[in-house]
Structures are given as structure tokens and as C-alpha cells.
Design a binder for this molecule. Sequence first.
Ligand code: AMP
Ligand code: MG
Length: 345
Amino acid sequence: MKRICFFLLMLGLLSGCAAPAAQSEPAQAQFFSMDTVMSVRVYDGPKEDAVQAARQAVEELDGLLSRTNPDSQLSALNAHAGDGSPVALDGRVSELLTFAKSISQLLPGDFDITIAPVMDAWGFTTDQRQVPDPQTLAGALALVDSDKLNMDETASTARLEAAGMEVDLGAVAKGYAAGQAAAAIRETGATSALLDLGGNVTALGRKADGSAWQVGVKDPQDTAQTLCILSMEDQTASTSGGYERYFEEDGVVYHHIIDPETGYPADSGLLSVTVVSADHTLADALSTALFVAGEEEALDFWRSRTDFELVLCTSDGRVVVTQGLEEGMRPTGEDRGYTYEIVRR
Ligand code: AMP
Ligand code: MG
């Protein structure tokens, strides 16, 4: 329900920012895939074909990457954990697994796609959410180790070394899908589109009036409001926050982004992380990883690279924005007590 409210808010915001006279009516589709509500809007070219191409690209990936669909390639990989046999994979699945593994190597202790047994222990996979007993959690955590995900990208195969290991691509699948959908849209000849794949907003090209897209970043403490509006062109803004999926037990809130070192929901002093990048998969992976990492490590990592920018919302009410977004960012949360800081290299 929360996601749907935000989705409606986003549409309101975006249409509110568009120049109605210059902006032609989009072709659009709203659908449920990868366990979330998605929308695709195409504003030029063969609009209907482009929307269908994008939707097909996303749905094909959902069929390959879903952990809950027993017929997916990911389920085949998980089912063969520990039996020694490499599993043949579609090139897209192998590319995504290799990429996700490389993020684990860059940010060890923050990001690990073999987190699945821990997600299960907390009941996030089913709807039986619960605080796991320490023994169950320790057993699940012992299985988390993406060094034991063996990839052979040339042969397009993968193998999980230990029985009980499982991969969960929840942290990266939507970003990868955004990239594939954007490519599918461009192939039809369309150049102007907006995708919202559940927390990953992708802006293709520019609006029909030639201006950049305006995308709202949700206030993690009040998801009907925004923290800021970002100007975007050919980029994805991916947001991760504890508010997206959580449950409450004995007055304590437990959310779905897990610190792989403790097995507990990450508690790094951040309420949300938004990553803006022209690399859609990177944006998604890093929003999850840097939420676990916390402000200091996130900014150190940002300083070590040039391919993404950040909006961090801290639990003490600061909105920390990296330099590259300074010009295109409009603060909208001052009336709710937020203060804004620009971080420079
Ligand atoms: P996102 O909404 O992109 O931040 O992804 C959250 C999802 O990623 C969760 O629902 C899990 O499926 C998965 N996940 C949770 N914690 C981690 C982690 N530390 N590393 C990799 N994947 C994770
Ligand atoms: Mg993510």
C-alpha cells in the first residue's frame, strides 16, 4: 500500500513539474513484477511498442531471477547448492551474478547476495516475519559467503559450494531490469521515458520540452512527502531504506536490509540512501550496500569513484548530498526540520 501511495505521489509530482503544453501524452503501463508495483511511461517514438518492449524485458528477467518461482534459473542454482554441479545460466543471469559478486568484494561486510538463508530466518521471504532465535540465525549466517559462489562467465555457469547456500537478488534485480528495459525502449527508437521499478526511478533522455526530468526522493519518515527533487537525464535514482519492508515485535522495528556481519537489520545511523548513476544496476546495488555501510564509509567510497552521486538521510535529520547533485537538487524537507549539507571531494 505504501509503495502504491508513493507511486501516485510520484506521478503527481512529475506531472506537476512537466510543462503540459509541450509534454505529449505518454503511453504507459502499470504492472506487478519482482514483488512490487512498476510503471513505464514513454513520451515519444513508437510509444506503445516501447512500453510493451520494456515490460517484456522486466517480466522475462523476473522469470529468470525470482527466488520464489521454482522454475526460475536462480531456483535451479539454489537447488544445486553443494552438489558440485555447475548450473547453466542465461547470459543476463550470469552477468548479474558476476556484477553482484564484484560489489561484495568491493564492500565486504556490507553487501552479500548469499544473504538468502538470513532473509528466510527473519521470515521476509514468506510472510511469517519473526525475530529468529540465536541458534537459527547463527546457522543461517554461517551459510552467507559470496566467495563460495563460483562463477564461470565464459561458460555462463555458476555453482554454490555449500549445501544450504542460496542467492537472493532482491538488492540488484530491479536496477538490472531498469537497464534492460531502458535498452529495449531505445531499440524501438523512443528516447524519452520514465520508469519506476519499485524504488528505482529511471529517467531516459529528456522531457519533450527539452528540460530534464524532475524526480522526488521520498522522506523515509513520511513517505507521502519528499526530501528533495532531483533533476535527472539518462540515470537511475535508486533508494534503499528500512521503511520499505519491515515488521514490529515488542515495540522494536525490524527491517529487510541485513548487516551480513551480524545477521540483524542494519543499524548504521542512516534512514535512507539514494544513489544516482548512469549505471542502473550499480545504483541499485550501492543503495543497499551503502545503507548498511553508514555515512562515513559511504562518503569514503563515493570519494574513491566518479560514477555515482548520493543523497543520504541520517537519523539525526540531516540530508547529505554529494557535490555532483548540487545544481540539480531542490530541498523540500526544510519545513519538517531537515537540514541540507553538500559534501565535496
Ligand atoms: P533494496 O530494496 O534494493 O535495498 O534491496 C533489499 C533486498 O536486498 C532485501 O529485500 C534482500 O532481498 C536483499 N538484501 C538485504 N540485505 C542485503 C545485503 N546486505 N546484501 C545484499 N542483499 C541484501
Ligand atoms: Mg538495491
